[in-house]
Design a protein around this ligand. Structure first.
Ligand SMILES: *Cc1c(COP(=O)(O)O)cnc(C)c1O
Length: 296
């Protein structure tokens, strides 16, 4: 049912829609090509958790009704013959979101809890402590998640000077920092608004030495907050598709590519920089849009 092939991942050089010739190169790591529904980075974040979970009776995790992490966990469990469970934020909806439908179709058991109860994960875990479940944090956040995501760096050409990714929990960003070479700067585009604790959460995933590496998080490209998608973003995603034939999503990668284009337009990068942008997938996030808004 699920067919994941790491050979599908490729690197493409692109010309950004930004006008004028600049002396730098931009390429995209197409981790989105791993699978149409499973976000590329989610799969990488899960790989070491799955190894550890094999002796447990099930993998249990947390997510909202639109969680890419939930779907990726469902798919991973399905592939490895493990039982998957997701504690879902909010009461059971009368109409399931595409992500809930997908997770269910992959055999995942969904347990809906109120938004209030969802806030205290420890209490939830306690309630199921008699079960032999392997718990994975919401979004796959954690050291093992970062170590899994760090293997994305194996696809990156050593000559790249800047590695740029979209960040939610920051786990993927932390993983890329772990493997970054001394001449490489890792830049995270924060898709959330006002979560200032993100840097602490990232530092918790890094050793003291790794914290000395070159990285920065940019907070100006959230477009109003998580999953917010004003017309300016949609217009850019259509423009980017026209220029590159690369689809993006409203939650993560649309904001990522917008940011890269904007930064290049402002001459943020020095001449001869070699940028690699991580396309982390997430295209199913666009299912919630009415038809015809996006040109792809
Ligand atoms: C979850 C997700 C991210 C964010 O990853 P984090 O490791 O949580 O920062 C980025 N892009 C896509 C497409 C995602 O689904």
């Amino acid at each position: 049912m699920i067919d994941i092939n790491f050979k599908n991942i490729s690197i493409e050089s692109i010309d950004l829609p930004v006008g004028g010739k600049r002396k730098l190169s931009v390429s995209v790591l197409r981790a989105d090509l791993l699978h149409p529904i499973i976000s590329g980075n989610k799969w990488f974040k899960l790989r070491f958790y799955i190894e550890q979970a094999k002796t447990f009776s099930a993998i249990a995790t947390f997510g909202g009704a639109y969680s890419n992490h939930m779907v990726a966990t469902a798919a991973a469990c399905n592939m490895y013959g493990l039982k998957g469970i997701c504690i879902v934020r909010g009461e059971e909806p009368s109409v399931y979101s595409p992500s809930l439908l997908q997770a269910k179709a992959l055999g995942m058991q969904l347990i809906f809890v109120s938004r209030k109860d969802f806030e205290d994960k420890e209490v939830i875990k306690q309630a199921y402590r008699s079960k032999n479940w392997f718990w994975i944090n919401e979004g796959g956040y954690g050291i093992e998640g970062a170590n899994g995501a760090s293997t994305l760096h194996d696809y990156i050409n050593p000559h790249n000077t800047h590695i740029i990714c979209a960040t939610g929990t920051g786990t993927t960003f932390a993983g890329l920092i772990k493997k970054a070479l001394p001449h490489q700067t890792v830049i995270g585009i924060n898709v959330l608004k006002g979560n200032t604790s993100i840097i602490d959460e990232i530092n918790n995933l890094l050793t003291k030495e790794e914290q000395l590496k070159k990285y920065s998080m940019l907070h100006e490209y959230h477009f109003g907050g998580y999953a917010k998608h004003p017309k300016e973003l949609i217009d850019f995603m259509n423009l980017f598709w026209k220029a590159t034939s690369i689809p993006s999503d409203i939650v993560y990668t649309g904001k990522l590519f917008y940011a890269v284009n904007h930064l290049v337009a402002q001459d943020f990068f020095t001449e001869h920089s070699k940028l690699i942008v991580i396309h982390s997938g997430g295209l199913q996030g666009n299912y919630s849009l009415p038809n015809g808004i996006l040109h792809f």
